[in-house]
Ligand binder design. Structure first.
Ligand code: ATP
Ligand code: MG
Length: 397
């Protein structure tokens, strides 16, 4: 654990709920990560108290998902999500329970959780409640549903994708029966909102063992039921050879989409509902990747796209082609740029008119870009006399 222990920090919150006469435990991902000795970012708390009872205990609360039984409380400037024990009764659309049933027993609450490794609770004294064999599965690196996997995936099909995501993050194996049900029930993924799928994909792509996660997606036949995601077993094998640890999620999306035609790529990213900003970034990465394939970086790319984008595209290119990334050189190109924008040109519109014997017009815009290009390509100096000569020739062409 790093310098601060999130469990110690949150202990007074649990103790306060307990003093109120209710049960309170740490649950889910934080217990799993604690037992795996992985860093725990934030803790989730489960309680027998209803949301109203929690709100009566704490001064400062925010309703973040009261219909699911979750209240956020603020203590010492930190927010904690506290969720009432619940069981999820009836599912008719493969994605959300028809009603949330609050219950008073921890056992019931743990039972509705997705995987055994996520279905453990822990006290402030680090005593673990493990009713479904979560510890055993943690020790053996297994992802297994709590209860019958066909039932659990039919209740909420997203769980299948979560399984592949945890395989990627934890380098775990999906237990055979669980994997069999994924295979059988993958069509149910059609019913899941793309946003939820995308959140899982982002986590899967950033997992330490992302190629294993991807492999499960192929093996369990998820791909036909997701927006276009063009990976094959062969490519996954290629990904294994690449040093991708420095690539962001967006760069990994770019890596996956690299082989698509531009228009296909655009529609795939749209269908995944990536934000405009992310989409543009990914498209830039792909475009720059192809420029780098044609020729080594030049003033043109650094000038047009900026140093950072080019460095990031270079990292992608280096990872795919198993090269060292060339950041220093790109930095040098940037430092040596003769101009950084058209404003840096030593001539202005008046000069162009005076040297051209013409009235102002659209020709000036194209002349400006031609001057800019000639300077960046090293064919022309950014000096008034040189540009004047060059402009005269330009008009003769
Ligand atoms: P992460 O580290 O990504 O936050 P996590 O295990 O905390 O992983 P969350 O999505 O934050 O995952 O969910 C918290 C807990 O809620 C899970 O550990 C699990 O017990 C339960 N849970 C989440 N999603 C589902 C689901 N779709 N079905 C059943 N239980 C779920
Ligand atoms: Mg979590």
């Amino acid at each position: 654990m790093s310098h601060s222990d999130p469990f110690k920090e949150a202990a007074p919150v649990l103790e306060k709920i307990q003093r109120g006469g209710y049960e309170a435990y740490f649950v889910g991902g934080c217990v799993r990560d604690y037992l795996l000795k992985r860093p725990v970012a934030d803790v989730d708390i489960a309680t027998s108290a209803t949301p109203q009872e929690i709100k009566a205990l704490f001064k400062n609360t925010v309703d973040v998902g009261i219909e699911h039984g979750t209240v956020m409380i603020i203590e010492h400037g930190k927010g904690y999500e506290i969720t009432t024990y619940r069981s999820e009764t009836l599912y008719s659309d493969f994605r959300r329970p028809d009603g949330v049933q609050f219950v008073r027993s921890l056992k019931e609450d743990l039972k509705r959780r997705d995987f055994t490794i996520n279905a453990m609770a822990m006290t402030v004294d680090y005593e673990v409640t493990d009713l479904y064999g979560g510890r055993h599965d943690l020790e053996n690196g297994l992802i297994r549903t709590v209860g019958a996997s066909e039932e659990r995936f039919s209740e909420d099909a997203l769980r299948m994708l979560r399984g592949a995501r945890f395989a990627s993050q934890l380098s775990f194996v999906i237990e055979e029966k669980t994997l069999g049900s994924m295979n059988e029930l993958s069509p149910l993924l059609q019913h899941i909102a793309v946003e939820r799928k995308r959140m899982e994909m982002d986590k899967l792509l950033m997992g330490k063992n992302w190629t294993t996660g991807l492999e499960y997606m192929v093996k369990a036949q998820f791909l036909p039921y997701l927006p276009h995601f063009p990976v094959t077993e062969e490519e996954i094998n290629d990904f294994r050879q690449m040093a991708v640890q420095h690539l962001s999620a967006n760069q990994r999306w770019a890596l996956i989409m690299l082989k698509l035609e531009q228009s296909e790529c655009e529609s795939a990213l749209k269908n995944w509902r990536l934000s405009k900003k992310r989409m543009n970034y990914i498209k830039d990465m792909i475009e720059l990747y192809y420029q780098r394939m044609n020729h080594y970086w030049s003033f043109m790319e650094v000038y047009a796209w900026g140093k950072e984008r080019v460095i990031q595209a270079d990292r992608l290119y280096a990872a795919v082609n198993q090269l060292q990334s060339d950041e220093q050189n790109i930095g040098k190109l940037w430092e040596a740029l003769p101009i950084y924008s058209q404003k840096d040109l030593v001539v202005n519109g008046k000069d162009l008119i005076a040297w051209s014997d013409r009235t102002a017009g659209p020709w000036m815009g194209s002349l400006f870009s031609d001057i800019e290009k000639a300077i960046l390509e090293g064919r022309l100096d950014n000096s008034k006399s040189e540009i004047k000569k060059w402009v005269k020739e330009w008009h003769q062409k």
